[in-house]
Design a protein around this ligand. Sequence first.
Ligand code: FAD
Ligand code: SF4
Ligand code: SF4
Length: 393
Amino acid sequence: MSIKVTEKCIGCKKCVPACPFGVIEMEGKLAIIKEGCTLCGACVPVCPVKAIELKVEKKAGMNIDEYRGVWVFAEQHEGKVQSVGLELLGEGRKLADKLEERLTAVLIGGPEVEKQAEELIHYGADYVLLVTDDRLNNYVTAPYATVLSDLIGRHKPEIVLIGATTTGRDLASRIAARIKTGLTADCTGLDVDVEDRKLLQTRPAFGGNIMATIISPQHRPQMATVRPKVMKKLEKDPSRRGEILKENIKLRAGDMAVKILDIIKDTSVKVNLTEAEIIVSGGRGLGDPKHFALIEALAMTLGGAVGASRATVDAGWISSHHQVGQTGKTVCPKLYIACGISGAIQHLAGMSSSDTIVAINKDPDAPIFKICDYGIVGDLFEVVPKLIQKFKG
Ligand code: FAD
Ligand code: SF4
Ligand code: SF4
């Protein structure tokens, strides 16, 4: 991409405040774009004389009409397909149905993953592209990137969805760079414009203060990553029928340069927030790290896990494994109880899709009350012990 101000510029200065990065300056009657331009495009529509040209160079030889169908990378770990892949199949199904296209799951791994292929069909896939090889047992960037990018080159899907996990983030960016297409990371919403087949990729931008919808008009496939628990998987339907297609991909000489010698599990992480059905979260309203004991007590009474706002994590009150939100975990439990959390947009980004949200806050105007199902205006030090007592029954 490139940007320039052409001679059409009349020096009206409208573009100067429109640039969120402050890189447009006036030199006499001409707007000049200085170093630091991110090519965000915000200045283009404000120019009354269309003097700002933002050019998107198409990849040579790319005919976007050749690309059809929706793909989901079915991430597996130790031979087991991860929940995020099934969640993306649920979302992928909706997109494929809107586009009247097929939904394909891509399953890569050691020979033992083959038995998981059927499961992907039960969760919504029409086809499963299966690549098995002993060397693909564990995720390693280079061979996985080779397999997936070669499959993309061979079959030309128009949309590729990948989980925003540690593996997915690594893989998606490598592939996008290799096949020269765009990638929108950490999407919180996906849709398609059926008219022109554009994937509408929505994600928080500018520190979570706005939601931006990003498109990739000139390149295919349109690639997006989505965090676990943002999308919902479909009900498993064992009667669904589909086709499993085995694919052969030749790994390249340099692909196996990295060897996994040993896998050492991090046993320090005792909290699995993303899988918890009940989460009780504490915020700055706790006032002191020792008051997390109250949150733990309620969580334990309900058989749930302990979450936290970033303010408490930043203050060192609790470890970052507990953080819920844009820069923490995205969770979707059946019940989320927010205690002394104001409800900043960055916190909501990680928990607003919970089935039922209960907020306890002494400020009746706290933003959390706008999105909760049940709000208790009160002092958490009075309300939480009463809840514990009640639930212990
Ligand atoms: P506060 O906003 O200080 O709220 C405390 C609340 O407790 C208040 O509403 C108050 O009324 C209430 N209260 C006080 N005493 C009591 C009491 N005794 N009983 C009941 N209620 C009481 N935040 C996240 O949580 N997760 C993220 O992932 C995240 N990512 C971010 C990323 C970026 C780029 C940025 C800029 C910010 C991010 N934040 C995130 C921070 C976010 O903007 C807020 O600052 C943070 O969520 C506030 O935490 P809090 O609600 O605990 O604290
Ligand atoms: Fe500023 Fe974005 Fe325009 Fe670049 S494209 S000059 S960053 S508004
Ligand atoms: Fe020039 Fe357009 Fe900027 Fe006005 S908005 S200063 S015409 S580039």
